[in-house]
Design a protein around this ligand. Structure first.
Ligand SMILES: *[C@@H]1O[C@H](CO)[C@@H](O)[C@H](O)[C@H]1NC(C)=O
Length: 398
């Protein structure tokens, strides 16, 4: 059944290619190749069916216990060669903070964007090409949602819930057309990584068509990021950025400063006592931090895997080109991120582990100046748009 659903997804992804006659043959080829490669990889590497598919949890609470166990294992960094003793001391120093104090610590981390005031470009012709900022013109939104690209979104029927938010954030080349019922149809903000910005061939996907695809147009904000500081100041990615700024000067197209990424990384390391992988946090973490600074309520969709995790496989809801699971197998410090979302979450187990929706309170810097932390009264959140949960919460006790 899962295999069948994925093949459908693959065909969905190929639809745009199929529409263009020139790439018709490619479309067919990719579909056949991906189905074959999945079959081979399943047989060779996973020994048939992944174990998580064989014994799905019977209840939401069983799934919750499984997820918390995985999250607490953290991403151990075998290459623990940090030369800084101070860094080692800081590991896990925030692990005992309560929800209110932790929110205030997190609020100190802000992923800033490069604006025309950037010192590097100051008084050069390029400064005029940079957006002035501040991002969102300093606006604050009542409720926002960050939609991950997780394969566990397939079959979620969260589309109406997602679309009901004031601001919808998506990542990289995540599509909505053909997936509206599960992921919604609106996109206000899109965060794209260096692969999209480079517009290079990516695995077997031809390319992102970044300069022309409608996915990246007409947004409230489009924001790129690069893992390495030097790529922000020199090289093909930043050239692409300025090229697009020149062509579309009215667009709100920003680049995150690389420092913000490492500030988030350091914060995550202070949260967990084990050394975390020395790699950038995910685009998802960047997006969540941005929203937390600009929204009163932030929902994250599939930032902590829902029970659908056991019935989905592969990376993304929209493609079958990456048949291997990547929720817990990614280069990013994903479990540390998940543990942060879980500790800041205010939604019920049913909403988090059944629907895959975490609810976080946006940062309130004014409240953080007081000694009690972020203790605002619960916001009115409408969960009636969530579909009925087709999964038992717990085993009946009688
Ligand atoms: C922050 O909290 C203060 C005090 O509770 C409140 O008056 C203010 O409206 C809040 N600000 C935001 C942006 O939520």
């Amino acid at each position: 059944m899962t295999g069948f659903a994925s093949i459908c997804c693959g065909v969905q992804l190929c639809r745009p290619c199929l529409r263009r006659r020139r790439t018709y043959a490619f479309g067919i080829c990719y579909s056949i190749l991906s189905v074959l490669s999945i079959a081979i990889i399943w047989l060779l590497m996973l020994g048939g069916v992944p174990s998580s598919l064989r014994t799905p949890p019977a209840t939401i609470h069983e799934h919750r216990a499984d997820m918390l166990r995985r999250i607490r294992q953290t991403d151990p960094d075998d290459n623990d060669a940090s030369p800084h003793a101070s860094e080692q001391q800081q590991r896990g120093e925030l692990s005992n903070l309560d929800l209110y104090a932790l929110g205030c610590e997190a609020a100190k981390v802000y992923p800033a964007v490069v604006t025309s005031k950037a010192l590097k470009w100051h008084q050069t012709p390029r400064a005029q090409l940079l957006p002035e900022g501040p991002i969102f013109d300093g606006r604050r939104f009542a409720n926002c949602v960050a939609v991950s690209n997780s394969a566990a979104l397939s079959g979620s029927r969260l589309g109406r819930f997602i679309d009901s938010h004031e601001l919808v954030l998506r990542f990289n080349h995540a599509p909505t057309i053909g997936f509206e019922q599960d992921v919604g149809s609106r996109t206000d903000v899109r965060i794209v990584n260096d692969l999209v910005l480079l517009d290079r061939k990516y695995y077997v996907v031809p390319n992102f068509n970044f300069m022309n695809d409608a996915l990246y147009r007409d947004l409230t904000a489009l924001i790129g990021w690069v893992p390495r500081e030097e790529d922000l100041w020199n090289g093909p990615i930043i050239e692409h950025y300025f090229e697009r700024r020149r062509l579309l000067p009215h667009e709100s197209f920003y680049m995150f400063e690389t420092q913000g990424l490492w500030d988030i990384w350091e914060f995550l390391q202070k949260l967990v006592p084990m050394p975390i992988v020395q790699y950038t946090p995910s685009s998802g973490a960047l997006g969540m931090f941005l929203l937390l600074h600009h929204c009163d309520v932030v929902h994250g969709v599939e930032f902590i895997p829902s029970v659908r995790f056991h019935y989905s496989y592969g990376c993304h809801y929209f493609e079958i080109y990456q048949p291997l699971p990547c929720t817990f197998f990614s280069p990013h410090p994903k479990t540390a991120e998940m543990s942060l979302w879980y500790r800041l979450n205010r939604a019920s187990d049913e909403v988090v582990f059944g629907h895959g929706v975490t609810q976080l309170r946006g940062f309130n810097v004014t409240q953080c100046k007081g000694s009690r932390g972020m203790r605002s009264s619960p916001p009115r959140v409408d969960y009636t748009l969530l579909p009925p949960l087709g999964y038992p919460l717990s085993t009946p006790t009688s």
